[in-house]
Design a protein around this ligand. Structure first.
Ligand code: ATP
Ligand code: MG
Length: 470
């Protein structure tokens, strides 16, 4: 006599499903679909349960995706196995889903799954040679609201690789920050306390913002930038708005939180009467310890003026590391030039010479010089193809701007690109390639004013001596 029966799922069966889930995982089967998905499908899709009296002893759950149905859960309590319950559950589900007109019913089961017979009995084929790929989406649905509210986003995955050169800084950040955060369990085994907050300091344009974003990209955590200047007009005042912002950030599972130009809100507290910023600095000093208590997040503060920061701000216990990001050395500059020079002409440009001529340049300066060289080469090619080619050939300094000036002085019109006779000029340089030449780059370098003066560079070295902590 059958002592069990099958019926459709009722909401009151949820406890029974949880019990089944527990029994399944306890017997070493790791289900493919998560519990939350199974429960969601019980309520929104199709589910059948097997009952003994009022007790749930088995369940099958499925959902439809276009023309294909997927069994997302099939379980029977161990003591009730081998009695045809699985087969009956699958049959009930198929019956319930028949009106959908599905072409296929599929199931993805762990290879430790033991109820193979239930599937075979219902005419399922055991498909061999399949592989299962899975990727965790970094931001979960519940976080989308708070993340949008904060203006946060998930950055492209390749930012870390795109940081050219800066080997020392990269290695340091990789080891001290990324490793313990990305491999939290391993770090825990070794007793490493994961970092929660760091300061990046250095002259303008050296890559602090770039590194902060690259760290987020590397960890695959959303990047949230906090802009004190935007919060300043808030009705709660800057301190209140900062507090609220960090409360919202606490709702995120993971985040790299970036606070740029932090000296503006955390400078030395001094003066009588106290400056209105002191309240903000005090607030920030309170926010950081609370922030540190939560895992899965990292605060990155950046500053050009580390000396201006309040001493309490940099104290041990608030920031794990205070990392200098300085001007690129020759190796880093070489990597940057190779990144910025178009691939097609790279082989013909004397990169070593550019590297030698750009000592003291920041990445931002190099990027600027590279862009101006490209622009001037393009203009030469289009507006003064002959002059451009010969200038490149004889190493002359006929900048595009000169061509422009002389065209205007002649009373001649500067031709629009579409008016150029004989179609588009080739812009072929001495090297037989289109694109900027070494000379174009050298000219652009000569005209680029470096951002970091010698005094600033010297002060930075002193700051490293006195304040860096890595
Ligand atoms: N290692 C690098 N490789 C390639 N480009 C870089 C690198 N570092 C910085 N850059 C480029 O240089 C420019 C300036 O970098 P970034 O904004 O990160 O500097 P910063 O230190 O934050 O400057 P600031 O102090 O002015 O805020 C950016 O356009 C960035 O793309
Ligand atoms: Mg910056």
């Amino acid at each position: 006599m059958t002592t069990w029966r099958i019926r459709d799922f009722h909401p009151s069966d949820l406890d029974g499903i949880l019990h089944l889930w527990g029994a399944m995982t306890a017997s070493g089967i790791e289900p493919v679909y998560s519990l939350s998905e199974v429960l969601a499908s019980c309520q929104a899709d199709y589910a059948a349960v097997a009952l003994h009296g009022d007790d749930v002893i088995g369940a099958a759950v499925a959902r439809a995706a276009h023309e294909q149905g997927w069994i997302v859960f099939l379980a029977t309590l161990p003591e009730w196995r081998s009695r045809g319950i699985g087969t009956a559950l699958l049959s009930a589900l198929e019956h319930r889903m028949a009106p959908l007109g599905l072409t296929k019913l599929s199931a993805l089961m762990p290879d430790t799954e033991t109820r193979v017979d239930a599937f075979l009995n219902r005419g399922f084929k055991d498909v061999k040679n399949l592989r299962f790929f899975e990727r965790q989406i970094p931001v979960q649905r519940a976080e989308l609201g708070p993340l949008a509210q904060l203006g946060g986003r998930v950055l492209p995955r390749d930012l870390w690789e795109n940081v050219a050169g800066m080997r020392r800084e990269k290695q340091l950040l990789e080891r001290r920050l990324v490793l313990p955060l990305a491999e939290a369990e391993l770090a825990d085994e070794f007793g490493v306390v994961p970092p929660r907050a760091v300061v990046l300091f250095g002259p303008p344009g050296t890559g602090k913002t770039t590194f902060a974003k690259a760290i987020a990209s590397r960890l695959e955590w959303p990047f949230v930038e906090v802009f004190p200047s935007r919060l300043a007009g808030d009705s709660e005042g800057l301190a209140g708005a900062l507090r609220r912002t960090f409360t919202e950030i606490a709702e995120l599972e993971h985040a790299v939180v970036f606070l740029d130009e932090v000296e503006e809100i955390a400078s030395h507290r001094a003066g009588d009467p106290p400056s209105p910023m002191q309240g903000v600095t005090n607030e920030l000093l309170k926010i950081i310890p609370a922030f540190r208590e939560q895992s899965g997040r990292l605060l990155v503060c950046a500053t050009n003026f580390i000396r201006a920061l309040d001493s309490a701000f940099l104290r041990h216990g608030r920031f794990d590391y205070v990392v200098p990001i300085g001007l690129p050395d020759a190796e880093a500059r070489s990597a940057m030039w190779q990144r910025f020079i178009p691939e097609a002409v790279l082989g013909n440009v004397d990169v070593d010479q550019l590297v030698a001529r750009t000592e003291g340049f920041s990445p931002a300066d190099i990027e600027f010089a590279a862009r101006s060289a490209s622009q001037r080469a393009l203009e030469k090619a289009v507006y003064a193809p002959d002059g451009g080619a010969s200038a490149a050939a004889d190493g002359g300094a006929t900048a595009a701007a000169d061509g422009w000036a002389s065209a205007a002085a002649d009373g001649g019109e500067v031709p629009a690109v579409s008016d150029l006779a004989g179609g588009r000029p080739t812009g072929t340089g001495a090297n037989g390639r289109r694109g900027p030449s070494t000379e174009d780059y050298l000219e652009a370098i000569a005209e680029t004013k470096t951002t970091v003066s010698e005094e600033v560079a010297a002060a930075f070295l002193e700051d490293i001596e006195q304040l860096a902590r890595v």
